[in-house]
Design a protein around this ligand. Structure first.
Ligand code: IVH
Length: 659
């Protein structure tokens, strides 16, 4: 039991606190279930601090549902001044309030007698998720109101992450080899919608909030939206400063115009202006559609574009050798950040848009951080522009580039020793889904590869303290010391086989496929020796992936590398875990086995029960549902009979659990 306590605690910590589980949810649940069972059977040994008392099956349904008092509506969007004109002609009101439209996550906060009691996301507008615990960890959310209004107050607004926090969070993730957040909105949502058990992660991310809506404002003697914003601010709730009461259409247009550029100085993402009828006593009469009020509208700014010159087109070589053209730009400010590169996807895309070195282009930020080239100003051409051609040799290792007939991609075939591929592979190897070695990000991976001491992935485990000290001295984003990294490497040797298979970076094989392969083969030798047909026959694998996996293990260097890992003490096999379903028909049913079974061991029989959602106990009690009696069943069978517990023969049990 003590061993299980430690194991469950360890894995719960990885899952909830560090966001980096090492075992599957099913494996974790199986450990917890085993511990619970032992605690039920031997309550005298159950510890009060047992992880079964604090963590549980919250893995998938993290949040309780809450119904909103009044629906949290969306807004209708308009994109041109003409469309905005329509809104004015519908609402010939005296005054409007213009506010910035914040690109965050809508939330509702409830205060009782001035004390924060509940927070919820918008959800589907009618029912949201209860994120009270998480919002408690956000400093920007006031936990008490100034001048505490008595009774219930509901306010609504937007949770967001500033650019400054976003850049810091992503820099830290990059250094740890973790996946970057695509934009501040994703980062804010990802932070708010995770288990509150990750309390330090949530508070350290430093979310912000702005409120813009006071529910039932008239109850507080408030009759205008501008009055509501003042009311919110007076009670200590954060309100944006960039808002204005506008008496006419002209001044609304001026506001829209003024903030088109100036919004980039606000430090957080805004994507438009919300125009609201200021007199909120008129809102009920103006009304709403099923999804948006008619008394407000969102004017959305067009995605920001910037004009600049392509000074060069370079090639980036990815982990699997795919060559991607990248435009190097004369640095230009775009949507709040300085950009100097734009992804060009592939050679076909460059040809289709006729993008040339030296061209003047318009660049735009899509949903992702990396900008893209929207259009080329062909009028501005001088004749000195250079048409792009994919190189014939790899810029990193000089191997001849190949293009497979059925692929758009050009590849460097030198998987074994191309330094660019090695850097990317190493970064991937160390990533969370791989061996989860914190501290080895892209930058350090590059320095390590450049040192010439790494020729294959397993070489990383042969480096010395001095090797890391030297590489780290060149790494500007280092977050770990050489000693820490050595400890991380050592710890990584006990990761699961699925981690190792993922970390190998076989084309098409990510975490999910690696788990399928592990489940199917159970150990690396069976996988290495599997035929292409065997592999393709596994549900969820497919022919293409099967070919890549097969090819990978036919390669002598790769096989030698697996032997390196084996010699270093890596896990090369897994105990087979049956698919676990919480309700396979036996949910809540407890079984006791007694005597010898003919067709299987008692452990196997127990696994069958667990796979169907049931529980196995070693002692018979009134709570036991079934006792399965094998050959030479003794006292437990007698006890079952005396307690009136249903008994089954092996054949009856097999029939009951046949799937
Ligand atoms: S007022 C009844 N004001 O934009 C609707 N919404 O695209 C009240 N948003 O769901 C919304 N900034 O989450 C309002 N200053 C602002 C806003 C704002 C951002 C969000 C809000 C809304 C979404 C619609």
């Amino acid at each position: 039991m003590n061993e299980l306590y430690e194991l469950v605690k360890h894995h719960a910590g990885l899952y909830y606190d560090e966001d980096s589980p090492e075992i599957s949810d099913a494996e974790y649940d199986a450990l917890v279930r085993e511990l619970r069972q032992l605690e039920a059977d031997y309550p005298q040994y159950a510890r009060k601090d047992s992880p079964t008392q604090t963590v549980g099956g919250e893995v998938s349904s993290l949040f309780a549902k809450v119904e909103h008092s009044t629906p949290m509506l969306s807004l209708d969007n308009v994109f041109t001044p003409d469309e905005l004109e329509n809104f004015f002609s519908r609402n010939d009101a005296e005054g409007f309030v213009c506010e910035m439209k914040i690109d965050g996550l809508a939330v509702s906060l409830i205060y009782e007698d001035g004390i924060f009691v509940r927070g919820a996301t918008r959800g589907n507008g009618r029912v949201g998720e209860d994120v009270t615990e998480n919002l408690m960890l956000v400093d920007a959310v006031p936990k008490t109101l100034n001048d505490a209004p008595s009774g219930r107050v509901e306010v609504r607004g937007e949770v967001l992450m500033t650019w400054e926090r976003f850049n810091a969070v992503n820099a830290a993730r990059e250094a740890k080899g973790e996946k970057l957040f695509a934009n501040p909105r994703n980062a804010a949502a990802g932070t708010l919608r995770q288990s509150a058990k990750n309390n330090h992660v949530i508070s350290e991310r430093g979310l912000d909030i702005f409120l813009y809506y006071l529910v039932d404002a008239e109850k507080f003697g408030v009759t205008t939206q501008s009055g509501a914003l003042s009311w919110l601010a007076e009670h200590g709730l954060p309100v944006q400063t960039a808002y204005k009461v506008c008496d006419d259409i002209e001044s609304v247009n001026e506001f829209v115009e003024k903030w088109h550029e100036e919004r980039y100085n606000l430090g957080y993402v805004t994507d438009g202006v919300v125009v609201k009828v200021n007199d909120l006593t008129r809102w009920p009469e103006i009304g709403a559609t099923s999804h948006a009020p008619r008394w407000a509208v969102a004017y959305k700014y067009p995605p920001e574009e910037a004009r600049t010159r392509i000074t060069d087109i370079v090639i980036s070589v990815g982990r699997t050798g795919v060559l991607t053209p990248v435009a190097i730009l004369e640095p230009v400010r775009l949507a709040g950040t300085q950009v100097s590169r734009a992804g060009l996807h592939n050679a076909d895309e460059v040809a289709r848009k006729d993008i040339r070195k030296g061209d003047i282009v318009n660049v735009r930020k899509a949903a992702e951080i990396i900008p893209e080239v929207v259009s080329v100003d062909k009028e501005a051409r001088t004749g000195n522009e250079e048409v792009f051609a994919m190189p014939e040799r790899c810029p990193a290792c000089d191997s001849e580039i190949v293009k497979l007939p059925n692929e758009t991609a050009y590849r460097c075939p030198n998987r074994a020793s191309c330094p660019a591929q090695l850097t990317e592979s190493l970064k991937y190897f160390a990533s969370r889904d791989g061996m989860n070695i914190k501290g080895i990000g892209k930058s350090l991976a590059k320095h390590l590869t450049a040192s010439g001491k790494i020729h294959k992935l397993s070489d990383i485990y042969t480096l010395t303290l001095d090797d890391f000290v030297e590489a780290l001295s060149k790494d500007k984003v280092r977050t770990k010391s050489a000693e820490n990294i050595l400890a991380e490497l050592e710890a990584s040797k006990s990761r699961t086989l699925a981690n190792l298979i993922t970390a190998l970076g076989i084309t098409e094989v990510g975490k999910n496929t690696a788990e399928l392969l592990t489940e199917h083969f159970g150990n690396i030798d069976a996988l290495m020796n599997a035929s292409e047909e065997d592999l393709a026959g596994i549900e969820g694998v497919g022919e293409v992936t099967a070919r890549y996996v097969h090819e990978f293990f036919r390669n002598d260097d790769n096989r030698a590398m697996i032997e390196d890992f084996r010699a270093m003490g890596f896990r090369m096999g897994e105990a087979k875990i049956e698919a676990v379903s919480s309700d396979g028909g036996l949910a809540g049913k407890t079984f006791v086995f007694t005597g010898a079974l003919e067709t299987m061991t008692r452990d196997e029989a127990g696994d069958r029960v667990k796979a169907l959602g049931g529980r196995v106990s070693s002692a018979v009690s009134k709570k036991t549902d079934y006792v399965v009696a094998g050959d030479k069943a003794g006292s437990k069978l007698k006890k079952a009979e005396s307690l009136g517990v249903k008994t089954l023969t092996e054949a009856e049990f097999l029939e009951m659990t046949a799937t």
